[in-house]
Write a protein that binds this ligand. Sequence first.
Ligand SMILES: Cc1cc2nc3c(=O)[nH]c(=O)nc-3n(C[C@H](O)[C@H](O)[C@H](O)COP(=O)(O)OP(=O)(O)OC[C@H]3O[C@@H](n4cnc5c(N)ncnc54)[C@H](O)[C@@H]3O)c2cc1C
Length: 306
Amino acid sequence: MPISPEQQAEIDAQRAQSAPTLRAVSEGMEAHLYTAHEVLDHGFIRVIDYMGDDAAICQAARVSYGKGTKSVQNDEGLIRYLMRHWHSTPFEMCEIKLHVKLPVFVARQWIRHRTANVNEYSARYSILDREFYIPAPEHVNAQSVVNNQGRGGVLEGAEAARVLEILKSDSNRAYDNYEAMIGTEGPDGEAQDGLARELARMNLPTNIYTQWYWKVDLHNLFHFLRLRADPHAQYEIRVYADAICKVVADWVPAAYGAFEDYRLGGASLSGRALDCIRRMLAGEEMTQENSGMSKGEWREFEGVIR
Ligand SMILES: Cc1cc2nc3c(=O)[nH]c(=O)nc-3n(C[C@H](O)[C@H](O)[C@H](O)COP(=O)(O)OP(=O)(O)OC[C@H]3O[C@@H](n4cnc5c(N)ncnc54)[C@H](O)[C@@H]3O)c2cc1C
């Protein structure tokens, strides 16, 4: 269950309240505030708090007072200019705080993004829930034969069933032993006579879910999204990045539009690649051999231009 009834009641109570503010408000983000967007089988992302909007980026860029907005068109043009020229600090003026529930093996990839503030659920203090990521059948793939860091075709029939059964039974067996090692609970939920929670957890598999609060500024969030909403990223983290992209598009539409165009949709080209394009435009027949690029570079270059 991605959201427990208690968490949903808390979300409903938070959304039922509102308070007047003099701060900049993004209407698009207000619609998302506190609401959980489900990801994978038990996970979610939800916005806990945010600061700033498109105008805050422009205001910082102009280092002016007041709203800093001349017109929407002007702001959009300025934001696109900032994105195009890697003028990144104005984007750092916006912040987002997310509550994320995710499998531990996804959290290991996510935590590599060091330019954020994190506070994680303590499995030393609390007992983890019996919630494990079990991939949907269409995401149970064979190892790729062309990319060591990727997936091949979907496993079918008995082979897929065997893998899913192993994942489920190993997870449950590990959790049964986790509970057995922790022992009984006292009246206030404290462990009695059992192994310390900080030790009992070490046998749990990395598909168990954890939760954290993750706060990051928009510049570093875009960096995270560029890497993790990319087809090269593992599916299980990509779906989180995709869910965050939808929220960011509503929060700062102009900044997200520029990010989508220049970063997600754009590509950076080497000097050799640019030279190759110039020679192509001049009518020269270009191949990997006369381009000066390696086979890998040429394959990626063709992937960009064809
Ligand atoms: C498809 C994919 C495959 C990957 N495969 C592997 C792998 O096999 N093994 C592995 O270990 N990792 C792997 N990674 C993780 C990757 O190497 C980065 O650690 C991760 O993407 C975080 O990127 P970052 O350091 O740019 O982000 P952040 O930590 O958010 O940093 C953002 C930027 O801040 C600057 N910065 C932050 N900290 C420092 C610092 N201490 N010193 C200097 N500059 C700093 C850098 O410019 C950096 O780009 C992979 C990532 C992806 C997307």
